[in-house]
Ligand binder design. Structure first.
Ligand SMILES: C[S@@+](CC[C@H](N)C(=O)[O-])C[C@H]1O[C@@H](n2cnc3c(N)ncnc32)[C@H](O)[C@@H]1O
Length: 257
């Protein structure tokens, strides 16, 4: 009887120990969620890991499908310096780091986004080539936290796309009143692109893309739609987003792309 009780308690201890080790293994595979994490997301760029999304931070990966595919499947960012304007969870910057960018500077106006990227780069162990910069609300220009002489091989952004005034910090992901961010981006582009560099912008809004195409020549920039779809066939706001290449205007003879 007594031996039976001892055997039962040994068996129970073994079960408890096994459960503890299973739980520990799981915990080391995914860091214990910070209390700011709103969702964990799985995405094809990081098949074995998850990306955290903090409260108030934007998540819609269909905006940037074609951009992430280019980063993943070509040498677009390999050994290149990259600036991402409006990084959100950091998804695109993380893709650039994973694809071999030599250095990435990522900005955002939402401090929660900056904390979110810091969290994601730490858990994915991709941090050493990334610099994060918070854009002040009272100086929201695209290059407000970029040094005058700082240049990048590639400038990327999935900017807010609707011409409306943001009423809260999360709405800065959606609204760009009077397309002020777009204007400032185009105005500073030539100065901040390294020789031979280009910008790739993801927009899912007809009004924003038409505005971009109209404004670009005023800033001596050329725009190319890297997408087979026609704007007139799309609804005003659409998914997946469309990738637009913007480069300094040069004669088409010397630069066919
Ligand atoms: C459409 S979201 C894209 C986020 C992320 N790049 C992605 O694709 O998931 C636009 C981001 O731009 C940020 N943003 C808006 N205005 C900004 C500004 N003036 N400077 C820097 N970031 C800005 C927003 O906070 C938001 O994170």
């Amino acid at each position: 009887m007594r031996i039976g009780a001892i055997l039962v308690s040994i068996a129970m201890s073994l079960v408890v120990l096994t459960l503890f080790f299973v739980w520990r293994t799981d915990a080391t595979q995914q860091p214990i969620a910070d209390d700011q994490v709103k969702h964990w997301h799985r995405i094809e760029d990081f098949p074995d890991q998850q990306i955290a999304q903090f409260e108030t931070v934007f998540w819609e990966p269909r905006d940037t499908e074609s951009l992430r595919q280019l980063i993943r499947d070509t040498s677009l960012v390999q050994n290149k310096t990259v600036l991402e304007i409006g990084t959100g969870t950091g998804l695109i910057s993380l893709c650039c780091l994973r694809a071999g960018a030599s250095r990435v500077v990522a900005t955002d106006i939402n401090p929660a986004a900056i904390a979110n990227v810091r969290f994601n780069v730490e858990q994915l162990q991709l941090d050493e080539r990334l610099e994060l910069r918070t854009v002040p609300l009272d100086d929201p220009g695209a290059f407000s936290v970029v040094g005058e002489s700082e240049q990048f091989d590639l400038i990327i952004s999935n900017p807010p796309w609707e011409n409306q005034r943001p009423q809260s910090i999360d709405q800065y992901a959606l609204y760009d009143e009077d397309f002020a961010l777009m204007h400032s981006l185009l105005a500073g582009l030539k100065e901040h692109l390294a020789p031979g560099g280009k910008a790739l912008l993801a927009y899912g809004c007809v009004d924003a893309i038409k505005t971009l195409c109209r404004l670009a020549p005023e800033y001596k920039l050329q725009v190319r739609q890297l997408d087979d779809r026609h704007l007139d066939d799309l609804s005003e706001v659409f998914l997946p987003g469309m990738l637009i290449q913007v480069k300094p205007l040069v004669s088409t003879e010397s630069d066919p792309n």
